[in-house]
Ligand binder design. Structure first.
Ligand code: HEC
Length: 116
């Protein structure tokens, strides 16, 4: 009980401090795509792709659980590339931040979340 109250307080203040997770998204500068996931995608999708923060609390703008292999296996790589480039509802478009080639490589990282 005390634990959950504390995490609610933590979440509330973290949300206030962080503001809108779609704002100030960095551009991919080349290099480590896993690091870019952590910098640009994890704020909504979680470091492990499960849509949860490091305390296991659900993130408000996750939209999809990449660790759910049953669901993830039904998704096509091409759809994930398209959604990442073009965006969808609360999912921001990354076409001005990443090349289509880099997004294609990012799909391999998204696939790994459900392969564990
Ligand atoms: C501001 C929050 C936010 C950020 C940042 C974000 N996403 Fe998303 N993403 C979402 C939401 C919300 C959805 C669900 C969209 C829907 O289906 O309506 C989503 C959906 C997706 C999907 C489609 C999943 C499916 O099959 O339904 C992919 C792929 C994806 N995101 C990849 C990424 C990648 C890669 C990054 C970083 C480069 C990223 N996202 C950053 C919020 C975010």
């Amino acid at each position: 009980m005390r634990q959950s109250l504390l995490s609610i307080l933590f979440l509330a203040s973290a949300t206030l401090l962080a503001g809108d997770p779609a704002k100030d998204l960095p551009k991919f500068q080349g290099g480590d795509l896993q690091k870019y996931w952590n910098d640009a995608c994890a704020r909504c999708h979680g470091f492990n792709g499960n849509g949860r923060d490091n305390n296991g609390a659900p993130l408000p703008d996750a939209g999809f659980d990449f660790t759910d292999s049953r669901k993830a296996n039904k998704k096509k790589d091409s759809d994930w590339v398209k959604i990442t480039l073009e965006g969808k509802e609360k999912m921001p478009a990354f076409k001005d931040k990443m090349s289509a080639d880099d997004v294609q490589k990012m799909v391999a990282i998204m696939r790994k979340f459900s392969a564990k």
